[in-house]
Design a protein around this ligand. Structure first.
Ligand code: FES
Length: 293
């Protein structure tokens, strides 16, 4: 509209221009979700017995990254890697262990002070999408698929979008345009990724690798049980309470998978994530998983 009206749970906001910078697009009309492939990766920070690297270093395959971090008076080392596509039944805790092993062996990390995992999307040609939300949008913009280079690409997005909004020529804008003609060259990759998604959707209806009975779960264990369309995602917490929600993702109906390191239910199709009580913590889903009795 003119001006744009953004409806939120906390009230409505009107603006001349709107930038949808919500990481993964939740607006269906932008049809961004089939064009962004989500993956998770792991990071940790700790002191090292060896030399602290002065710069940032990145390997190619497998992809590990290293950089120094100042925390108070200390210089610690941040390592990252062990990435994988979201929700593919990985033992996610093992990914932290793999990163820790590598950090201890290669850098002499003596202790893990902090650790976390993160999720980001990659476009079909690996460059971010920065520009108009749809080919005909005049007031709505997007910036996404930063491929874990959020600080760099977020800054770049700010520069390009500010120029688009103020109608200032920007020589990089066409390269990052979400509707760039060069994306046609990536059609095979687009097809391959979406065939994988369709495969998940079908396979999850016919069988599921996780099985069990919710009542049998020990504290800390989780399983998807039952058959389509009524699969239940069950988790027993350390206090013994059983949490049961529908295993059917509220985005487009794929079956969620357990993430043991983060204690979340993650969707393998477009990366939506939910807590153990079904609350959405990461889109593109916007609705919670249904509670199950
Ligand atoms: Fe799309 Fe779950 S995120 S089906």
């Amino acid at each position: 509209g003119d001006p744009c009206l953004v409806e939120t749970s906390g009230g409505n906001v009107s603006a001349d221009h709107v930038v949808v910078a919500s990481h993964y697009r939740f607006l269906y009309r932008s049809m961004m979700f089939p064009r962004v492939h989500p993956s998770r990766s792991y990071a940790m920070v700790g002191p090292v017995s060896g030399t602290v690297p002065e710069g940032m270093y990145l390997s190619t395959e497998p992809a590990w990254s290293v950089r120094p971090v100042r925390v108070g008076d200390e210089t610690l080392v941040l390592t990252g890697g062990a990435g994988h596509t979201v929700g593919q039944h990985y033992d996610t805790e093992a990914r932290y262990e793999e990163l820790e092993r590598w950090s201890r062996e290669k850098l002499g990390m003596t202790e893990v002070r902090y650790r976390w995992s993160t999720q980001d999307g990659t476009s079909v040609d690996t460059l971010p999408y920065i520009g108009r939300l749809t080919p005909v949008s005049r007031r709505a913009y997007t910036a996404t698929a930063f491929r874990k280079w959020g600080m760099t690409n977020g800054t770049l997005a700010g520069m390009i979008l500010a120029d688009l909004i103020t109608e200032t020529p920007n020589e990089w804008a066409s390269l990052y345009d979400p509707h760039r003609a060069t994306l046609k060259a990536s059609a095979p990759k687009f097809a391959k990724e979406n065939v994988k998604v369709a495969g998940h959707w079908l396979r999850d209806r016919l069988s599921h690798p996780q099985s069990g009975v919710p009542g049998d779960l020990a504290p800390g264990e989780a399983a998807v049980v039952g058959t389509a369309p009524g699969q239940v995602a069950a988790y027993r917490d350390d206090a013994g309470e059983l949490h049961k929600v529908s295993a059917v993702c509220t985005h487009l109906g794929c079956i969620v998978s357990w993430n043991n390191a983060e204690t979340t239910w993650d969707c393998p199709c477009h990366g939506s994530r939910f807590d153990v009580d079904g609350k959405v913590i990461q889109g593109p889903a916007v609705k919670d998983l249904e509670p199950k009795d």
